[in-house]
Design a protein around this ligand. Structure first.
Ligand code: ADP
Ligand code: MG
Length: 421
């Protein structure tokens, strides 16, 4: 089956600012897709690339298999209509006049609306519950009424594809539901293909068949609401801790925010030192920072991906030169950081002669009576590049009173237990 809309390897930038990168997805006829993602992630920009307002610097958009950016403007408007994010209509037009504007792509040059155009305008006003407003001026309407008029105008284009950019923001909850129900009905009754940007994840999950989640200009994931609305995805993309419940009978996900303002004092006071490298500490850094722990880190080499992450989070870090072995001085600095921490975590960092000091630091911490958490100690031999010195140190470490864990989740659990006791 040929896709109704196909977006292929699309990239877009405003001057120097790269906003969309390598976007690929397609919509089949009659699909109702929600476009979600944090503010500034590129949702509006993507919509404008699909409605031909912007032309991508790279990639293509197809409508029924044809290059959409090469279609004649009127022809495009007969197939695809847009409800933009904010509609500024400065002039005093009546509702009916606004809706009739949607007929423009069907009206011959130098001619005016025909009977059919008025009939269609009436039909879409009835459909959107705006017919009673037809002689009112648009500027005198409430936000909800105005939004319905803009939807009516887009429907007067008799499109097969409808793109909407946050059509429900600024609307009361009952109007939000009214708009969404209208879209659902059009989708069902007329097989209208819909792509709608929504701010509200719960509204998106409730009404859309599929969700396209974008994060910093790239597609993070695309699938059913059940697949996309998970606490992992939301935390990854929005950086918010949420719980997701799945509602009976159709498993519609429902998101509830966990209040991040409140972090218990016991967490605020608990200092953790992370011994990592080579990207083995990234996930833990993100999680620990988010949970409000005081974190330090070291020794890591400059340019290492753990160094990048630590820098981006402003974590106090003992840093060694790029690719250089850890010096005695940096090792001492690391021990000084460990002194002030309650808990030390050793990630499953590969061990070479250059970072043997990091193992020594973990061992020292354990001997000092610090709580030491060791991630995936069982595979030390696979990542020991010291011809045995690393494994030997590791053996000594395991003889101390340490906690062995296997992943980020169990590490976080172990920390919780340490704090409780
Ligand atoms: P969203 O709709 O997901 O909130 P946008 O597509 O509006 O995101 O914006 C994505 C990024 O592009 C943001 O960083 C925004 O500041 C930038 N941006 C949006 N419009 C313009 C513009 N006209 N000129 C330059 N940068 C823009
Ligand atoms: Mg936007």
């Amino acid at each position: 089956m040929r896709s109704k809309i196909e977006v292929e390897a699309l990239s877009y930038k405003y001057d120097q600012l790269k906003v969309l990168e390598d976007i690929n997805f397609s919509m089949q006829q009659g699909e109702f897709i929600g476009l979600i993602g944090p503010n500034g992630s590129g949702k509006s920009t993507l919509l404008k690339n699909i409605n031909s307002k912007f032309k991508p610097q790279q990639g293509l958009v197809y409508l029924d298999g044809d290059n959409l950016h090469q279609l004649d403007k009127k022809e495009l408007a007969r197939n695809l209509a847009v409800v933009p994010q904010s509609t500024e209509i400065n002039f005093d037009f009546t509702v009916e006049e606004i809706v009739l504007m949607g007929r423009t792509p069907y009206i011959e040059r130098f001619s005016s609306e025909q009977e059919e155009d008025f009939a269609i305008a009436k039909e879409v006003m009835k459909l959107t519950n705006t017919f009673d407003l037809k002689d009112r001026y648009i500027n005198q309407l409430s936000g909800g009424e105005r939004q319905r008029v803009i939807v009516a105008r887009s429907l007067a284009q008799n499109p097969e594809v409808l793109l909407l950019d946050e059509p429900t923001s600024n609307l009361d909850i009952n109007y939000q539901l009214e708009i969404m129900n209208l879209l659902k009905r059009l989708n069902h009754e007329q097989e209208l293909t819909i792509l709608v940007v929504l701010h509200d994840l719960n509204l998106a999950a409730k009404y859309c068949d599929k969700l396209l989640l974008i994060d910093q200009g790239q597609i993070h994931s695309f699938g059913t609401p059940q697949e996309i609305i998970t606490s992992e995805n939301i935390s990854e993309v929005y950086g918010s801790e949420v719980t997701v419940k799945y509602h009976y009978p159709d498993n519609t996900p429902y998101v509830t925010l966990i209040d991040q303002q409140y972090i218990p004092q016991s967490k605020l006071e608990h200092k953790i030192h992370l011994i990592c490298g080579g990207g083995t500490g990234r996930e833990l850094m993100e999680q620990l920072v988010k949970k409000g722990y005081q974190l330090s880190c070291g020794v890591v080499n400059k340019q290492d991906s753990d160094w990048e992450m630590a820098t981006s989070y402003n974590i106090e870090t003992v840093i060694e030169e790029p690719f250089a072995p850890i010096s005695e001085a940096k090792h001492q600095q690391n021990l000084n950081k460990i002194k002030t921490a309650e808990t030390v975590i050793l990630t499953e960092v590969p061990i070479g002669n250059g970072n043997l000091f990091n193992l020594k630091a973990a061992l020292w911490a354990a001997k000092q009576g610090k709580e030491v958490i060791v991630v995936n100690g069982h595979n030390i031999e696979e990542r020991d590049y010291t011809s045995g010195a690393g494994s030997e140190l590791f053996k000594q470490l395991l003889q101390q009173e340490i906690k062995e864990v296997e992943d980020t989740v169990s590490t976080l659990k172990a920390i919780d237990e340490i704090i409780k006791n």
